[in-house]
Ligand binder design. Structure first.
Ligand SMILES: Cc1cc2nc3c(=O)[nH]c(=O)nc-3n(C[C@H](O)[C@H](O)[C@H](O)COP(=O)(O)OP(=O)(O)OC[C@H]3O[C@@H](n4cnc5c(N)ncnc54)[C@H](O)[C@@H]3O)c2cc1C
Length: 309
């Protein structure tokens, strides 16, 4: 295609050699989710700078192209028919971070991997992020989900978040302007988290290592590792454990197609390699029904859905 013949702002962007990013066509989302499930994104973009992100969002708005920002897809179930729009991921400039000793804060881009941040804070003997050890995903995804454990969550470490809003305006929100809940945050779906400040304070390395090892060993004992999943499938209901309710309702090992309730942790749905998104959705509904029949509790999925009607 030649830029001169481009019909929309989005078409023009696709062939713009100055665009600092990469756009793939019909990219299977199974390649970009830890579930290893998902049909094609019509476009899959990796933007390398704030300018490129603004450019892409403006082109989408002008050309009426739907978009969705994703991190590492570790909490994402994409439909078998995929997504008729642009899946946007944050690369290059958004993968930078630094620690400022005076403010005792990390300044991290939205595309930074949690594992990189956790490792760096351990290397610098900084406490505050130990609970994120072995949690897959990016800073942007973790903030959107308010990732954490039953006792600690990333929102508690946040000093500020900088985001690009629906009008492509860059906005910096201080911690008192943000709301955090159990696996939820106050960000809107059309806001892209581009950077944040996270508090991390110097501490005894043995204390930090001890905490990390405790989180890690608990995870290794209780969770299925090395399999395709999205982590916990359901949010814990108030004062109850979703995993326990699912197990007690007799759902461990229950399967639909290639999707199966883990034998190790009942709140994990595993893809045995053949699962479709439809299998997972059918299994979610089956588990919800069985738990509801036994306990009158309607389990709510933690995973985010993309491309479903
Ligand atoms: C094996 C395993 C273990 C897990 N353990 C835990 C755990 O202990 N605790 C926990 O909380 N979670 C856990 N998870 C879930 C997941 O790792 C976290 O929710 C993670 O923070 C998601 O990050 P992501 O980058 O993969 O986001 P994605 O899954 O790609 O996206 C999740 C949501 O965040 C939004 N999002 C992503 N990036 C941005 C951005 N830059 N700006 C705005 N919105 C954005 C997406 O639109 C989507 O709504 C686990 C998952 C797996 C597979």
């Amino acid at each position: 295609m030649c830029a001169r013949h481009a019909q929309t702002a989005f078409d023009a962007l696709l062939v713009n050699p100055l665009f600092k990013g990469e756009i793939l066509l019909d990219e299977p989302m199974a390649k970009h989710t830890t579930f290893r499930i998902g049909g094609p994104a019509r476009y899959f973009a990796r933007v390398g700078s704030l300018g490129a992100l603004k450019h892409l969002l403006a082109a989408c708005a002008e050309s009426d192209v739907a978009w969705y920002v994703a991190g590492r897809g570790s909490n994402l179930l994409v439909s078998d028919s995929g997504f008729d729009g642009v899946v946007i991921t944050l690369g290059h400039d958004f993968m930078n971070f630094r620690y400022d000793e005076d403010t005792q804060r990390f300044y991290a881009g939205g595309g930074v991997l949690l594992s990189t941040l956790v490792q760096d804070s351990f290397r610098r003997c900084l406490a505050g992020l130990e609970f994120l050890v072995d949690t897959p995903g990016t800073v942007g995804g973790a903030l959107s989900m308010n990732a954490g454990t039953s006792t600690d969550y990333i929102g508690a470490q946040v000093e500020s978040v900088t985001l690009l809003d629906a009008q492509q305006e860059l906005i910096r929100l201080d911690k008192d302007e943000l709301l955090w809940g159990y696996r939820k945050s106050s960000f809107a779906p059309d806001e892209v988290i581009v950077e944040c400040e996270l508090a991390a304070t110097p501490a005894d390395p043995f204390y930090i290592r001890g905490k990390m090892e405790a989180f890690r060993s608990r995870r290794r004992k209780t969770q299925p590792l090395g399999v395709a999943s999205c982590g916990s499938m359901f949010i814990n209901p108030p004062d109850a454990s979703a995993g326990k309710l699912i197990e007690q309702a007799g759902c461990k090992g229950l399967s639909v197609g290639g999707a199966c309730v883990s034998d190790v942790h009942a709140n994990f749905i595993i893809n045995d390699g053949r699962a479709t998104a439809d299998d997972v959705v059918a299994l979610i509904e089956l588990v919800q029904m069985k738990v509801f029949e036994c306990y009158g509790v309607k389990l709510k999925p933690e995973v985010r859905f993309l491309g479903f009607a």
